[in-house]
Design a protein. Structure first.
Length: 111
């Protein structure tokens, strides 16, 4: 299910073209950094609304980072959430998450 979702996303993103390059980049970040712990794929992302993802990803993803840094169960992610690599790419990640949020309709839009 998860793999299928990622394939579908890749196809959709490639079809829509370069205007959605940021979402594609965000997807790569998600696959690389998040799937190891959150393997729900689409259902994980669709578990939140656009507004909720936005709130978490505000201020260079401060909310999301804090949530993990305060949770011992997420210890393996601490190095990542504490790094510049994370803050540099939160914009792409946010676009990807918002694109597939619960109330987005799941249709890659031309924006
Ligand atoms: C090392 C494992 C790990 C990694 C990597 C990780 N997380 Fe998490 N994440 C957790 C844990 C543990 C929690 C706390 C919730 C729980 O206990 O299930 C959590 C919670 C969350 C929550 C809140 C869940 C909720 O129901 O409100 C979100 C959203 C989230 N993570 C997104 C991400 C994103 C996006 C990434 C990649 C940038 C990521 N996580 C990377 C372990 C991880």
């Amino acid at each position: 299910m998860n793999k299928l979702f990622l394939v579908l996303v890749s196809v959709a993103v490639l079809t829509v073209g370069s205007s959605n390059a940021a979402i594609y980049k965000g997807q790569r970040v998600f696959v690389k950094e998040c799937v190891q712990c959150h393997d729900g794929g689409q259902s994980f992302i669709a578990g939140k609304k656009i507004r909720e993802w936005k709130r978490l990803m505000n201020k260079k993803g401060k909310g999301l980072a804090e949530l993990h840094l305060e949770n011992k169960k997420a210890k393996k992610s601490w190095r990542y959430f504490d790094s510049r690599q994370y803050t540099r790419k939160t914009k792409h990640l946010a676009q990807f998450l918002i694109e597939y949020a619960k109330d987005s309709g799941n249709v890659p839009a031309c924006n």
